[in-house]
Ligand binder design. Structure first.
Ligand code: NAD
Length: 470
């Protein structure tokens, strides 16, 4: 499938014209049949698998992402999501019969999932393939037309996607618009049937305000300071390895990365030693040479991280701390005894600096966590199920993984999303299909049989009967 040549390139097409064109496609019913949805999902899958090399090269150019990491967290992850949708699409699309109360009988009641219409997906730079194309897959599975707005801060990936999408996907229904704030602002002025935004909360508010103008529903996949609790009974060596994995993947630029660690005093020293050992095991003595350690996305974020680190407010640097502005290398860094008012604790770190905070026990950690915003993720390390349940019941977050990091988001049967400051709405697996669908209630009554009890004029007898049956 290739784009026809007589159509203006998306860049040249005014946003209002683009939306009008997609509305026409949608109104024509082309995107509704299961066959079209399947074909688009298969084409999206082919886009990813046939161009893995080009996408990996773009991810390396933008983020220094290794090809293994690009496969695990971007291409492979998104292909998995598509495969789940392909496997379950028929079942998801099937009308869902529901029971009817006795007083409504005879009747048939069911819920149909209908597409929302023309959707906009705005994505960030940190996982610029996954965070764009996984929601797009969900939108297509639900039968939507969709406009993709990649992040301008991952320009190589944005360009690759803009080149590939028209070659693979239906150009009358799926369009990429590249650009930065002005282009996104112009898109946000249009009327959409759904806006799916992933990124920071400041822009999340801009998106929500724009959507409110048209009463457009939004999914906001935001971030926050996702904490880790290491309880006194944790398997500390394994915990350290799993925390280091989640923290230093993509050089810490992961929305669900462990932001900071609360550790029980009794295992504090052991955890610090184990974290330093895990970092060396993963990235060697000089992580600057490690092929699997990424780079900071741009100078602005590099300067922000340098400022957070140089701002101090912690006891000592356990490991790391070095950096190189030329290559935007920031060493995997662990800092200890971080004060509550340290700059590192004032915002989502979103980089390879891990503050460790000794606490007297789990409840002290819970009090600290609950004093802040609800995070996107929370991680608890303990061998005791009661302790795990105590932590889960005593906090709120978008999701939780016990005894590992990040992995809850890889389970397609678990909805992925935030709560409060970390976002609203969810996707992955069926949740993505639901997000881009309207659950439409249908009641079918037989045509002839007409019980007149409901109609006026009402009498004392009718009133009495109605009170009994309603
Ligand atoms: P970003 O700067 O790439 O911005 C995201 C998108 O918003 C881009 O497409 C950008 O063009 C657009 N944008 C930026 N400013 C805008 C404005 N003023 N008006 C309209 N559009 C605008 O990415 P980011 O926000 O730096 O991403 C990092 C943040 O995203 C972190 O907070 C992270 O935790 C969060 N995040 C969340 C998830 C999740 O799934 N919940 C995933 C990744 C990142």
């Amino acid at each position: 499938m290739t784009a026809t040549l007589d159509r203006p390139s998306p860049a040249a097409e005014a946003p209002a014209d683009l939306v009008a064109r997609l509305r026409k496609t949608y109104a024509g019913g082309r995107t509704r049949p299961e066959a079209w949805r399947r074909q688009q999902l298969e084409r999206l899958r082919a886009l990813l698998t046939e161009n893995e090399g080009e996408l990996a090269a773009a991810l390396y150019a933008d983020l220094g992402k290794s090809s293994s990491e690009a496969f695990i967290t971007e291409v492979g992850f998104t292909v998995n999501e598509i495969d789940v949708a392909l496997k379950h699409l028929s079942a998801w699309m099937r009308p869902e019969r529901v029971s009817t109360p006795l007083n409504a009988k005879p009747a048939k009641a069911y819920v149909v999932r209908e597409p929302l219409g023309v959707s906009l997906v705005i994505s960030p730079w940190n996982y610029p393939v996954q965070l764009l194309l996984a929601p797009v897959g969900a939108a297509l599975s639900a039968g939507n037309c969709v406009v993709l707005k990649p992040s301008e801060l991952a320009p190589a990936t944005s360009a690759a996607i803009a080149r590939l999408v028209p070659r693979y996907l239906d150009p009358e229904a799926v369009v990429v618009v590249e650009g930065a704030v002005p282009e996104t602002t112009a898109l946000l002025e249009q009327r959409w049937d759904h806006i799916f935004y992933t990124g920071n909360g400041t822009v999340g508010r801009v998106v929500a305000r724009a959507a409110a103008e048209h009463l457009t529903p939004v999914t906001l996949e935001l971030g926050g300071k996702s904490p880790v609790i290491v309880a006194a009974d944790a398997d500390v060596t394994t915990a350290a390895r799993r925390i280091a994995f989640g923290k230093f993947l993509n050089a810490g630029q992961t929305c669900v990365a462990p932001d900071h660690v609360f550790v029980a005093e009794s295992v504090h020293d052991e955890l610090l030693r184990a974290l330093a050992a895990a970092i060396e095991e993963f990235y060697g003595k000089d992580p600057a040479q490690a092929k699997d350690f990424g780079r900071i996305v741009n100078d602005r974020h590099f300067a922000r991280l340098a400022g957070l680190y140089d701002g101090g407010g912690f006891g000592r640097t356990v490991t790391g701390g070095s950096r190189d502005p030329e290559t935007r290398y920031f060493a995997p860094t662990v800092v200890d005894e971080v004060a509550a008012d340290a700059p590192l604790m004032g915002q989502e770190i979103f980089g390879p600096i891990l503050p460790v905070i000794p606490v007297t026990g789990v409840d002290a950690a819970l009090a600290r966590i609950n004093a802040g915003d609800k995070p996107l993720a929370l991680y608890a390390f303990t061998k005791d199920e009661d302790t795990a349940q105590h932590i889960i019941a005593g906090t709120s977050s978008g999701g939780v993984t016990v005894n590992h990091t990040l992995l809850h988001l890889t389970i397609p049967t678990l909805p992925f999303g935030g709560v409060g400051e970390s976002g609203t709405g969810a996707y992955h697996g069926r949740s993505g299909f639901e997000t881009f669908s309207h659950r439409r209630s249908v009641l079918e009554k037989p045509a002839g049989l007409d019980v007149k009890l409901l109609y006026p004029p009402y009498s004392a007898l009718k009133d009495k009967l109605l009170r009994r049956v309603l």
